[in-house]
Design a protein around this ligand. Sequence first.
Ligand SMILES: Nc1ncnc2c1ncn2[C@@H]1O[C@H](COP(=O)(O)OP(=O)(O)OP(=O)(O)O)[C@@H](O)[C@H]1O
Ligand SMILES: [Mg+2]
Length: 411
Amino acid sequence: MANPTFAAIDIGTTKVCTVVAEIIAGEIRILGTGVGPSAGLNKGMVDNIHAAIEAIASSVDKAERASGTRILSAHVGIAGPHVSSMNSRGIVAIADPRHPITDGDVQRALESARIVNIPNNREVIHVVPRYYVVDGQDHVVDPLGMFGSRLDVETHVVTAGSSAMHNLMQCVEGAGVRVDSLILEPLASAEAVVDQEELNQGVVLCDIGGGTTDLAVFVQGAVIHTAVLPVGGQNMTKDLVVALRVPQPAAEITKRKFGHAIPSMVEDDEVLVDAFGSEGTKSVRRRLIAEVLQARTEELFETVLSEIRRATQHDTLSAGLVLTGGASSLPGIELLAEDVIGLPARIGRPHHLAGLSDQLSDPAYSTSVGLLRMAMKSHDVMFRTAPLLPSASLGGLLRKVAHLMRLVLPQ
Ligand SMILES: Nc1ncnc2c1ncn2[C@@H]1O[C@H](COP(=O)(O)OP(=O)(O)OP(=O)(O)O)[C@@H](O)[C@H]1O
Ligand SMILES: [Mg+2]
């Protein structure tokens, strides 16, 4: 029998990344990747369905070609300020305490934790078990096979705004791909870059993307808080546009080429940057670039700090922060994070996957790799892609156009 194959799509504010993988002997092997520029998304939320569909379809097409498969359905990342989370406890009675606790009992406990008081314009997307309590015995990791008359489960429940969620699903389906599951992006990124020891000792995952910064706080091996802040690398670039008076593409290049988060660590020489108006180019002090980036990044970490304080005490977070996402490539950013937040920090890159290309090892791809890992863990992986025959490639395209037309044309 062929190995199970499946796909994940990370629809970011700046890029869309589709990855196809197979499972060999319980391990993920990447078969192909399709990355393209994003469109129709603002701060992690869809604001132009047609532009988003095109961007997703193009990334899916590239991944299909690279992997030689047809993507029928995919696991999709979700983020944005409409996402919120809370902790909830589920409690069930065990019908016959003479029998060991079964998977059915655990499922019933999780179902009861899922019943949370939320407005009817929100939907539950995750119920993550943190630990169990069996007849008052606290912090049980796995209650299966234990004896007891009452089972409690402490969970982290993530909810999303219904309309933002359906807009996202509409875009993926418009591109001809069914949605297997929606996965909260910070949980996916954590899965890709945080190790077990860090989870056990307490850690904050901080994925700084283009439009959003995604947070997940873990204490004693379990998630206790998640948040999506509407700030990211695009704000840093925008600040450079305003401070240096240069066009956005020049500001983006300047940030990547000369940017630093700590002004005192760069030489105060001048660099040449494309400019507006008749000048063509202008020279800018390298330290000024760093000062602008430092101000925005410092402000971002102050917001991160207040989110951390809402969640827990610093002494429960011995492993500190793991920074990832495209904007974590800004040199010096981990030093600034340590300074503002007062916890040790490191940069997290996806690793340990067969077939992982150099491109996917960049921190910008943590979410994509994590989506694959989470999908595999949820046992929801089946035959979700099909071999790509030369004629099927055209079929796939026609299918996408048909979906697009259905969305565009009145029914
Ligand atoms: N070397 C670098 N220095 C500073 N910033 C960088 C560097 N390389 C990439 N970035 C920034 O990373 C950001 C993109 O990150 P990423 O690809 O993780 O975002 P995304 O997933 O598309 O967006 P989001 O997750 O916010 O929806 C851009 O703002 C880009 O400018
Ligand atoms: Mg992202």
